[in-house]
Design a protein around this ligand. Structure first.
Ligand code: AHR
Length: 630
């Protein structure tokens, strides 16, 4: 009885999982028989301000609390500096600021100072200021002055106060003005992050400071641009889209803390900043246009998420007239993104420096609206979808929960699971109705390991990705979340994030490498595959790139035992296949800031033949074989 059960343990799928131990194991793949399409947009990115993903991360502003925001930190991020016998009073001035958006400032009243005894303030950055040799740092600040003379701006080491770079900025007596400065490090400066900035003055008087900024070189030298190492890591994932802004950051804890896109565009001095639901103030230096330019940097399309009248702590706006202003806000946002310069908001985008529109196809209404217990989402979604389709029939509209009204083109499903949970749900979509809305797995991750996922998480992710590929006729897009974390104490609000970093370095988790492997070998169709025999948990996906005649065979051995296989791939061209393998000694193995390369993919060549080709997948391994077929 048991033996009979074992003998019939054979499954025919375009990818799947062996659950019962049996030997020998065969895997037959017929590259000539396609089963389903694989979406060209399957893998993408999702982003939000969490874990200091932008401030202290991708958005490389070096000075923390540049807008002198008092409620969260008081003045602690701008400590007073009184060299020698200088005397100064430092206060938050809530009545004096350079703009409507920033009506406050830091006031320094200096009663005694000299060239050798200067007074002013310092800033230690986001857990240090990274300094490299031979590098130009560009800074600016707004100042209103009465006396004080020129500003001396210096980068200094924390420990010894060694000056790493210095400049002087002449200030005009009188009302608010923006000043620019440059700090240049010498070739002999050592790379380090235990540094701070100082702005000091040599004469008595009063100075008000606001929007004090310092930038390192950015990706493609874009002003107000992105941190290059993080952009390069994302580019290596070959993403096809960026869901922006995603997650709770879109909603805010309260409606007045939503991602109010109109307050994130234009000159920085006109951006009031806002509180992220992850409990810190966002500079909004990474505003809507910067998100779109990020898409441009990566050559990907935005998936635009619009605020839909519901916030995380349960505030909601019922469908009807009260919701109209939010619908209009979304329509304006679409025009800002994709309207040409002859439209009102397209012209504003052109004024902001980007005349060309950003084309896109998918638009998401809200985030995780299944949390809205008021039951208002059906009506809200319908109102948004109707208005959007009336004006922009070309867009596919995504709902964030199942709805009875409004006919979504796509539903956004989210999964945060353990490895075992993902192993158990790899057939979740196999039998799902193909006539309903398409699926966007807009947030998902296997959550083991902190701050970044361990190898067990990478195995869970890879198993889940084989199942998403097999079901990619239905699942058109998927994006791992969260993408980033600053690993310093206090930097992380959500454990298990794909990429970790501090001020100076970044590192890939094993799960990042799983994304890279799958994202670079997607294929356009699944092909018929069948397996017989079994072993420990083994998952696979067989897709082809039809044009280049390459079979992408992904194998995931999530057990501690090697898995011998015999491949039967009749159309495989005899010769060599390329194998990319990611392997770890145990599920608990991982990468870290000190050991960034402990686990990384290895590329090798393996001999391929059409019939009876023996291949053993090591324990705890993820493999992608690119096999040329005739
Ligand atoms: O990715 C972290 C959070 O998880 C997102 O902000 C939210 O959408 C989800 O609940």
């Amino acid at each position: 009885m048991k033996l009979a059960a074992v003998l019939i343990a054979s499954i025919i799928l375009s990818g799947g999982v062996f659950l019962i131990a049996q030997s020998p194991t065969t895997l037959k793949i017929d590259t000539g028989t396609t089963v389903s399409t694989v979406s060209p947009t399957l893998y993408g990115l999702m982003t939000e301000e969490i874990n200091y993903s932008y401030d202290g991360g991708l958005y490389p502003e070096l000075l923390r609390n540049r807008t002198m925001f008092i409620p969260h930190h008081g003045l602690e991020l701008w400590p007073a500096i009184t060299h020698g016998d200088s005397v100064m009073e430092r206060v938050a001035d809530t009545a004096v600021g350079p703009s409507k958006a920033l009506p406050h400032s830091l006031k320094l009243a200096i009663s005694k100072a000299s060239r050798t005894s200067q007074a002013g303030v310092a800033n230690g950055g986001y857990w240090g200021i990274p300094v490299r040799p031979g590098t130009t740092y560009k800074g600016s600040f707004y100042a209103r002055t009465e006396g004080v003379g020129p500003a001396r701006v210096r980068l200094l080491t924390d420990e010894l106060g060694t000056v790493l770079a210095e400049t002087t900025v002449d200030l005009k007596f009188g009302n608010w003005q923006q000043y620019h400065y440059t700090l240049q490090t010498g070739a002999g400066v050592k790379t380090s992050s235990t540094n701070h900035l100082e702005i000091t003055f040599a004469r008595p008087g009063t100075v008000w400071l606001q929007l004090v900024s310092l930038f390192p070189p950015t990706f493609n030298n874009r002003p107000n641009g992105n941190r290059p190492d993080l952009i390069n890591m994302m580019a290596a994932m070959k993403p096809q889209f960026l869901r922006l802004p995603g997650g709770n950051y879109l909603e805010g804890d309260f409606i007045n803390e939503r991602f109010n896109w109109k307050e994130t565009i234009g000159p920085l001095v006109d951006r009031p900043t806002h509180r992220s639901p992850w409990n810190y103030q966002s500079t909004d230096g990474m505003g809507l246009l910067e998100f779109l330019e990020w898409c441009e940097d990566l050559k990907v399309e935005p998936v635009l998420a619009v605020f839909a009248g519901y916030s995380l702590k349960g505030e909601h706006v019922d469908a009807g007239p009260a919701l109209e202003p939010f619908v209009q806000e979304a329509l304006d946002e679409i025009e800002y993104v994709a309207g040409d310069a002859s439209t009102h908001w397209g012209a504003v985008r052109a004024r902001d420096g980007h005349p060309a529109p950003f084309p896109f196809h998918y638009l998401e209404v809200g985030n995780e609206d299944f949390f809205d217990k008021s039951g208002s989402y059906d009506g809200r979604f319908e109102q948004f979808a109707k208005a959007i389709r009336a004006r922009y029939p070309q867009y596919k509209v995504i709902a964030t929960a199942p709805v009875k009204k409004g006919q979504p083109d796509m539903i956004d499903d989210h999964y945060y699971r353990t490895p075992d949970e993902f192993f158990a749900m790899v057939h979740h979509y196999d039998t799902m109705d193909r006539n309903g809305p398409k699926i966007f797995v807009g947030e998902w991750a296997t959550r083991t390991g902190s701050p970044t996922p361990d190898f067990g998480a990478a195995l869970g992710d890879a198993a889940w990705m084989t199942s998403m590929e097999r079901n990619s006729d239905l699942i058109l897009m998927a994006s791992y979340a969260p993408l980033f974390t600053n690993i310093n104490a206090g930097g992380m609000q959500w454990s298990t994030d794909l990429i970790g970093y501090n001020a100076l370095q970044s590192y890939p988790s094993p799960a990042y490498w799983a994304q890279v492997l799958f994202g670079n070998h997607v294929g356009d169709h699944t092909v018929q595959s069948s397996a017989s025999g079994a072993g420990p948990l083994l998952f696979w996906s067989a897709t082809v790139s039809t044009g280049s005649r390459i079979l992408h065979l992904k194998l995931v051995n999530a057990s501690d035992t090697a898995q011998p296989l015999t491949f039967y791939i009749p159309n495989a061209a005899p010769g060599e296949a390329t194998m990319y393998s990611l392997h770890a000694a145990t599920r608990f193995a991982t990468n870290s800031i000190d050991h960034p390369d402990a686990i990384k993919p290895i590329t090798s060549k393996v001999r391929s033949s059409g019939s009876a080709w023996a291949h053993t997948v090591p324990p705890n391994a993820i493999e992608v074989l690119d096999i040329t077929f005739r």
